[in-house]
Every structure is written in C-alpha cells, then in structure tokens.
Design a protein around this ligand. Sequence first.
Ligand code: CA
Length: 229
Amino acid sequence: MGALRVLVAEDDAAIRDLLVHHLQRERFDVVPASDGNAALRLARTSADAVILDIGLPAIDGFDVLRALRRERRDLPVLLLTARTDEIDRIIGFELGADDYICKPFSPREVVARLKAILRRSGQVYDEPPIILTFGRLEIDEAAREVRVDGSAIQLKPREFGLLLALARNHGVALSRQTLLEKVWGYDFDGDERTVDVHVRRVRCKIEERPGVPQMLHTVHGFGYKFAPA
Ligand code: CA
C-alpha cells in the first residue's frame, strides 16, 4: 500500500517483465495483464494508471481504451505500439490516451512519460505525504504507524492498509470490492464481509465511540468512506 498502482497490459512477456521491473524499482505497485480481457477487468477496478499495448489478444488496446473511457474518463493511459503509424497515434488520442510511445522504447522513457501523465492528472507519485493528519488522527505511512491524540495505536497490517486506503481517498466512498482489491489484492477470493470485520476492528481502535463513528463511515449498500467530522 501507499504506492500508485499501475496496470501493465502487454502480451509480450519479455516487455511486460521489463516494464514491471522498472516500475517496481520506482516504487509503483504493478499489476500485470497479458490480454485485453484481463486488462479491462483490472483497469476498471485496480489501477491508478494504465500502460496499454495496442496489439493485445482477446480485446485489442484500442477497444480496451474505448471501453475504459466510457467508465473511467480520467484514468491516465499511456499507449504502447509496435507500429509507428501516424494513424495509431491519431486513433489513440481520439480515444483519449494521455500519451503514446512506440516500440522499441527504453523502459526509462516509459517511466518518465508515465510520471509526466500522472503529474498532469494531478496524482502525486514522487512525494507521497509522509504523515496524513485528520484532527486527532495521524497516519504515518512511512513508519506504518497510526496515532490518536499522539498515542500510537496498534493496527494489524490489513487494518492499517484498509485505513490508509480510505484515508488517502478521504471524502470518497469506496466499495467493498474496491477495498478488497486495494488491500487484499485483486486475486483475493474471500468474502466482502472480510472488509466489514476489519472496519469494525479499525473503528474500535480509532473512534471515540465505535458505534457512532465520526471518521470511518458506512455508505449503505456500497462500502465505506473516510470523512472525519
Ligand atoms: Ca502486443
């Protein structure tokens, strides 16, 4: 947790692994996909940005992008193509790609372009806040510590991940499914009630009156929202 999650959709395993390696070195949380179906599924729910190959099996990159733009218009997307055709470039931009890079490329350039589009989209990638402060609550990401009124609170790793995911999106309701993916990982096949159980535990530790939460609110029929009073 803590890092931006980048989906790398590329069917060529060598290129995919190369990108994954370089992105991880830059402290991105990387999710790989090797075909268009997986790319679309993961991009819908689990990505803060997407590096998208145009020539993907099952659903090509253009169609993935087209479908994504109907749902997540502001998700940063960097297209990769083997071709240098101007036509790819034009179609890519018309479909709403944020940038475009031709193969062969240097992985460093891909990372640099990705950072540039993240900056443009307003996402912070290089200087994540060290300590998030909300009234009496402090979340120290680097130390993975939580303090209430200055006193350290013991949270288990999933509890910390859950609180951090919600706090980093404060004011935004996150569905149980989104929280499962962010905190437990997209391949976790457990129950959404797992989230409820952990929310209850976190409330008991951070809320003055856990039964009447002032920070970690239930959004009925959907999920949870961190919105300190
Ligand atoms: Ca390809």
